[in-house]
Design a protein around this ligand. Structure first.
Ligand SMILES: [Zn+2]
Length: 262
């Protein structure tokens, strides 16, 4: 944050605006990933089109957030409603990128965290809809983690321990429950995010994700009569994103709290 303040007010407004615009632009690419990865479609080749009538979108219908608002959330060709998921994913990605920048400042790992947060949005939405975490997304996170380890090589052991810290216990739970309690995707997610965050960060992500998941699941028990299976990957993804933003501050506070004379 200190390096951001050095830029002055105008400099900060420029960099936050640029980060947000870039964030919502990547956000519209994430929407493409969310729809095409579960269908095993190519994410790069085909032009974006309306899900109802196949109308190929023109450049001015592809502007993140604004196209949706100007068109009133409807396809210009068939007038059918466009899913609210499009602007939500775009806005979430833009906001997350700005928050990660504010929390981490102008550091190399800020870029890694932004890319990881985008990947986690894709994971969370796909997991919520299909109860599966795409393997490719976990591989992408793992690669970001390896870059983080190389950038911070004097502390390499933090990241190696992070790789196993949560994933090992998840793996044990799977072995004991014979695969009924959770899926292998969650193990790989926590291993990949662990090497990116280090062991303190991934423990924070686990606790934060469990709290968010419990609160939401508890709320659902009252609103819906039927008990639903709970894909935990989406809550873990939320916990990991929280670790990117408030993890370090919380961990430092917690360590100083533990060291406080009683
Ligand atoms: Zn249409």
């Amino acid at each position: 944050m200190a390096d951001l303040i050095l830029l002055g007010t105008n400099g900060m407004i420029v960099i936050f605006t640029m980060t947000f615009v870039l964030g919502i632009t990547i956000g519209s690419f994430l929407n493409v990933c969310i729809f095409r990865i579960p269908l095993k479609e190519d994410i790069a080749v085909e032009r974006s089109h309306c899900m109802h009538c196949g109308h190929v979108l023109k450049w001015y219908e592809l502007i993140p957030l604004f196209s949706f608002l100007i068109q009133g959330g409807k396809c210009r060709s068939c007038k059918k409603k466009i899913s609210i998921q499009y602007p939500l994913v775009e806005a979430t990605n833009g906001i997350l990128w700005v928050l990660i920048l504010i929390a981490n400042g102008l550091q190399w790992h800020t870029i890694l965290y932004c890319l990881a947060a985008s990947c986690l949005i894709v994971i969370a939405v796909i997991d919520a809809r299909t109860m599966e975490i795409p393997f490719g997304c976990n591989v992408f996170l793992f690669c970001l983690g390896v870059v983080r380890l190389v950038l911070d090589y004097p502390h390499w052991y933090e990241y190696v321990i992070g790789f196993f810290a949560v994933s090992f216990f998840f793996w044990l739970i799977i072995v004991i429950s014979k695969g009924k309690a959770m899926g292998g995707g969650d193990v790989k997610l926590m291993a990949a995010a662990g090497i990116l965050l280090g062991w303190k960060g991934i423990l924070f992500a686990l606790v934060a994700g469990c709290i968010v998941g419990s609160v939401i699941h508890f709320g659902r028990l009252f609103t819906k009569k039927k008990r639903e299976p709970m894909p935990i990957g989406q809550y873990l993804a939320v916990g990991i994103c929280m670790a990117f933003i408030i993890g370090e501050t919380f961990i430092n506070w917690y360590i100083s709290y533990l060291n406080m004379p009683v």
